[in-house]
Each structure stands twice: as C-alpha cells, then as structure tokens.
Design a protein around this ligand. Structure first.
Ligand code: GAR
Length: 200
C-alpha cells in the first residue's frame, strides 16, 4: 500500500477525488497525511471528515523556504509517504522538497501543458482564444509546471465560456485523471525517460 501525502492550499476538490478513489479500493494507495500552507483551507475539513491526519505549515512563520520545506519533509517522512501529490498547492516547490521527492512528486494543472503554465490559466486560455484546453498531471521538477507529463485530458472551449464555466469543465476532468495517474504510479507502471513518461 502506497502512502500519499497531499499538499493543498484551498478548496481541496482534487484531494476529495483522490480520497474517494482510494476508499473505493481501485488504487493500492491511501492518503496518509494532508498538508496545507493555509490554516483556513477547506481541504483540511475534508481530511478531518475522513480521519486523515492533517498539518498546517504557514511559510510566513519560517525564516526561509528551506526551513519551511524541511518541516513538510519531516511530516511526510513521519507518515512514510511514497508519493507527494500537489492538489491546488499554490506555491512553487523549492530545492528541499525536490531533493527528497523528485520522481515521487506529482502535480495537477488546469491547462494542456506546456501551454499556459502558472496562474489564472483558464482565463489566459480564454483570452488567447484557444478552442481546446484541458488538464495535465505531471512530475514536479525545478521549473514552474515544466516536469515530465504523465497524462492529460482535453476539454473543449465553448462559445461564450466564462472563466468559471471553463474551470468547472476542466475540474471535472482533473478529478478523473489525477486518481488515474496515482493508480499508475502506485502500480509501479510509470518510468521517467528524460522528458517522457513511459507507461508500462
Ligand atoms: C485546480 O483546478 C488545480 O488544477 C489548480 O488549482 C485548483 C485547485 O482546486 N492548480 C493550480 O493551478 C496549480 N498551479 P482544488 O483545491 O479544488 O483541488
């Protein structure tokens, strides 16, 4: 059984999708700990409801990013986490987390990478006039949304779409592909080869 550590900053709907998929038994994994950088993240309530240990680390309480991330790493190790899942974690991962978990840390992003990395990407996709956007699960590297891609789902952009409407349509797909990617990892079927992720 693979122990997951899920890092969040807010609502936690992807966290919920992961918890549900694990509880259904389709994935040989369980959420061992939830970590938030925001004390008021709604995802913390979700963890509580499922009796999952949760911790909050406020980066402002630490002298620097390395010290902050060391606390996170300590907690992940305590819970024997084998895969770190960033699920709406709105901070750039630094060298300490990478040093300990590169190749064992994945992220969900609400666009078809490498298009539209960063923040507010659904609005950016609308502003650019793309006809298709989507969601991407990728390994985390030192860049911003640049790591090797595990899986993607395409989502149509509709005439007159608002940011909310497009975000909701993308989110529906996020909730499907994130558990799928975790399942592949848990089953040992992902192999990183340079930029590419081979699915065995
Ligand atoms: C999701 O759409 C996720 O893809 C996005 O934030 C949202 C979090 O929702 N993540 C990023 O933009 C990361 N750069 P959730 O808290 O309900 O899972």
């Amino acid at each position: 059984m693979l122990n997951l550590g899920v890092l969040i900053s807010g609502r936690g709907s992807n966290l919920q999708a992961i918890i549900d998929a694990c509880e259904k038994g389709g994935i040989p994994a369980k959420v061992a700990v939830v970590i938030s950088n925001k004390p008021d993240a709604f995802g913390l309530e979700r963890a509580k409801k499922h009796d999952i240990p949760a911790a909050v680390f406020d980066p402002k309480q630490y002298p620097d990013k390395n010290t902050y991330e060391l606390e996170i790493v300590k907690t992940l190790k305590q819970h024997k986490v084998g895969l770190v899942c960033l699920a709406g974690y709105m901070r750039i991962v630094g060298e300490v987390l990478l040093e300990h978990y590169q190749g064992k840390m994945i992220n969900i992003h609400p666009a078809l990478l490498p298009a539209f990395p960063g923040l507010h990407v659904q609005q950016a996709a609308l502003d650019h006039g793309v006809k298709v956007s989507g969601a991407t699960v990728h390994f985390v590297d030192e860049g911003c949304d640049t790591g090797p891609i595990i899986c993607q789902a395409a989502v149509p952009v509709k005439e007159g779409d608002t940011e909310e409407a497009l975000s909701a349509r993308i989110l529906e797909q996020e909730h499907k592909i994130y558990p799928q990617a975790i399942k592949l990892f848990a089953e040992g079927r992902l192999k990183i080869e340079g930029r590419k992720v081979r699915i065995k």
